[in-house]
Design a binder for this molecule. Sequence first.
Ligand SMILES: NC(=O)c1ccc[n+]([C@@H]2O[C@H](COP(=O)([O-])OP(=O)(O)OC[C@H]3O[C@@H](n4cnc5c(N)ncnc54)[C@H](O)[C@@H]3O)[C@@H](O)[C@H]2O)c1
Length: 691
Amino acid sequence: MSARSRYLMCAPEYFDVAYVINPWMAGNINRTSPELARQQWQELYELVQTQATVELVDPRPGLPDMPFTANAGLVLEDRVVLSHFLFPERQGEESYFAEWFAAHDFKVFTMPTQIAFEGAGDALLDRDQRWLWAGYGHRSALDSHGYLAKWLELEVLSLRLVDERFYHLDTCFCPLSRGYLLYYPLAFDEPSRRLIAQRVPPEKRLIVSEQDAVNFACNAVNIQDLVILNQATPQLQEQLQQSGFQVVQSPLGEFMKAGGAAKCLTLRLDEPRQRLTPVIPVVAQRTIILEGHLLDSNLMSRVMDTIQEAGGSFEILEFHAGARPQDLSRAQLLVTAPDLERLEDILTLLIDVGARLPAIETLDATLETVRQQGVAPGDFYTTTIYNTEVRVQGQWYLVQNQRMDGAIVVDDHSRPVQVDCQLLRDLQVGQKVVSGVDGIRTVLKREGRETAEFTFMGSSISSERRVELVVEQIAWELRRLRDQGGKVVVVAGPVVIHTGGGVHLGQLIREGYVQALLGGNAIAVHDIEQSLYGTSLGVDLQRGTPVRGGHRHHLKTINRIRAFGGIAQAVEQGVLTSGVFYECVQRKVPFALAGSIRDDGPLPETQMDLIKAQEHYAKLLQGAQMILMLSSMLHSIGVGNMTPAGVKLVCVDINPAVVTKLADRGSVESTGIVTDVGLFLSLLTRQLHLG
Ligand SMILES: NC(=O)c1ccc[n+]([C@@H]2O[C@H](COP(=O)([O-])OP(=O)(O)OC[C@H]3O[C@@H](n4cnc5c(N)ncnc54)[C@H](O)[C@@H]3O)[C@@H](O)[C@H]2O)c1
């Protein structure tokens, strides 16, 4: 065995749960037993002493968490990065630990005051000394990782903690000798789990169950092949033994009440460098600028949530709030991410909500060439519904045909330069596609007269009480658009017919309120069945009762229309004389029926080639100013993805979840109405004085 390692511990003379700064402490205030705590600590102390030298720091009154020496700092050889606690309750410990390290000839590094870092609780060296695992998300700030990398000259791998029970990295993650790792994966976000899997081979990853995790099995002291922990199930003990470790349980129930166990009560003082390879810090940062109605539009909080949910952190460098309601606010934020790739992902999300990168004013967009038909270069920028501008040769160009989930194609040889949104499948070899995040900005619509008139559409979901008011305003807007020769597109599902709404939709078409109709096979079949047989899926809509033999009407309808060669022909032959599709044919309102796997028949007009169906939808949607989405989740979501921000959306569905999904586009122009679609259409036609 090599020279005995050294550990720092602190006797629990003043230990207690005196405040609540983690979920374990809740309900345990002043409920620890000093005698039992002393006895448990003593047992651990003696166990560690069998293998290592233990040094002691004096406990101090009023600092009940001081026995958790893992949080004193992070040691590597003769350097220590001192902790700077997040909560004031523990900040009093900092000076005593600083004194102790200085007195023991450590070179001390201190974090800037605004950056929290909780020592070896959140920073664990790989036991093969290849890198440092560093946690963030609850206590230590992601920004601290850059300093660790710089001061300790090693590679830092950032892991984001997402379960508040595991508030420090050492509560759920324990690197063991010979490259093994004991950990509870669900305490981490998905990118962190992936990073762990990339660095530690499967046979070395010892995954603990939730039962072991909540008993703090990962909060273990590992000296050579000895693993000292609070408690482990027989399964975990066996797993560790099979990997060559000797497990010793040292009950630490009193300390668990404060959210700590064996590892928290110790700090290794002689972490060697040996095989550490110096690596440049990888924590990535970039400044963003936000301008607009940041507070009343909730943009500021959305940006902050977006950064954190995506695994980054931020610092507000500057904030000027607009003094009057009409004044714009401006903020500058420093965004930090664990690596460049994640920074770019976060920036892409922020650009979508209107953030600007200061450097973009001087940087052109990065263009990469398509090398394979229908495949974009790896780092391509994915488009959103928001109008976007791209900087090419020093000039900003508005992206044409904006839609969601496309790529931006730039033709910089044409004059003027052409910038278009294209679907991946349409990309041609040799085309240039925007990649990365530079030279791209989202044009957020400023609140103007038009939206002021539409204030009821503030992305809100209407309750039943508000439906009438909302319908009144939709009627007003429909009238306005019709009188100005505007374009309204309706997307509708078969429920419109089942609920008796077909007659009202027919009226809207007849009176010129609808300029295109999008749907699937079902709405057309049900509407025509209603016209030919008075039933919809065999149900008499007047009486709401099934008609004997009515179930055949559905297929008979399909068969008859197929025999005529299509809906228009059936109208021309005088067979189809009423209904939604009759009105479309009569009024020359174009319609597109997109096929699905559920379709019976289908009708001749139903396009079963989905690429062609999407193209037909996109064509009919061009220039739309308002879209009514009526009870078809499938087709409405499809349309939502093709529609740029700025088009007014009204989504009607009985299911609040569907309405939320469709209406929540982060733009002011959409509204959701949770109600029966038949009722909605009848109210609407009444408001328009059609019924
Ligand atoms: N026989 C057929 O050919 C046949 C039959 C049914 C569906 N389909 C096809 O399946 C696909 C999906 O059909 P879809 O769009 O009807 O299904 P969908 O599930 O995508 O959408 C139906 C929506 O209607 C909502 N809804 C139900 N009752 C409502 C009410 N009273 N008021 C308001 N909203 C209500 C639901 O919450 C749901 O969101 C379409 O392409 C359709 O043509 C074919």
